[in-house]
Design a protein around this ligand. Sequence first.
Ligand code: NAD
Length: 311
Amino acid sequence: MRDAMDIAILGAGAMGSLFGGLLAEAGHRVTLVDIDDAHLDAIAREGLRVTTDAGSRMVGSLKGCRPEQAAAAPELLIVFTKTMHTDAALTSARALLGEHTAVLSLQNGLGNVERIARHVPRERVMAGMTTWPADKPGAGEVSSHGAGEIRLMSADGELHAHVQRTVDALNSAGLNSVADPNVWSAIWEKVAFNAALNSLCAMTQCTVGELTNLPDGEALALKIVAEVATVACANGVAFDEAHVIDNVRFALANHRAHRPSMLQDVLAGRKTEIEAINGAVVAAAHAKGIAVPTTECLLQLVRLVDARGPR
Ligand code: NAD
């Protein structure tokens, strides 16, 4: 393809494999970098099975390796580890960070730019938000249903050439991407949604729909949204609270059987992303002298579950 890019994906779980698979299918040269040997072996043996609304197919043109084996620096590196693994992943995959490599994070939560900027100059870091969903049913497989979008911008706010190159590459793979100067609004609004529904489901072990069994569920979720809105506004972020409330109510009514990733992590005995979501909101609130009691209480409770470990 014209304008094919060398792209590496650091953290090739559900999201990294989906993006890697679709970008490879579109003709880009993609390397998946992960520590999951079973997943890498399956891809090396048979390719990656990608299942979307467009059908199920094998993508065979992907390379894969462990972080310490990565040798060549790509033009674009997309970080898709869970937030608490970013630093270790970038440290062990140092060879991926060339002089001209641009690095994109579409991870959930806050603090992703700061974590990556410890390894790469800030002008080459891009912050973003995606609503694409993905699941990894087994080694060598990824699935995603429905549609999504991506909003991204350079962390320094400049429309560098690599921002548009990245948007074009993502769009060539059908990933519906735009460069958005208001990306921080989209990031904070998704943080509010996740701080509410992820932490409540993780603590109660309710599916999203089960939060409506009592009026308290929606009331708690909307209290958290209001708290995050206050913190975002105090940080100069244009935050559309009505839009987030609509999204929360839509999820409560329509995504009833969904188990948010934080609940899936708790049930599987894995650490959650609570620090990058509720934890980062509470830290930002304290820095401005704002009380966020409901968000903070959920943070403390999920921390206790994380500290307990697997049952
Ligand atoms: P995941 O757990 O499926 O994938 C993370 C991958 O990172 C795993 O394959 C793991 O082996 C790998 N990893 C861990 N440590 C590593 C290291 N040191 N070096 C290399 N790889 C390492 O997670 P996911 O669901 O793909 O989510 C990734 C990020 O995207 C999270 O921040 C999540 O909140 C966000 N997100 C997820 C979805 C979704 O639907 N799954 C949607 C939007 C955003």
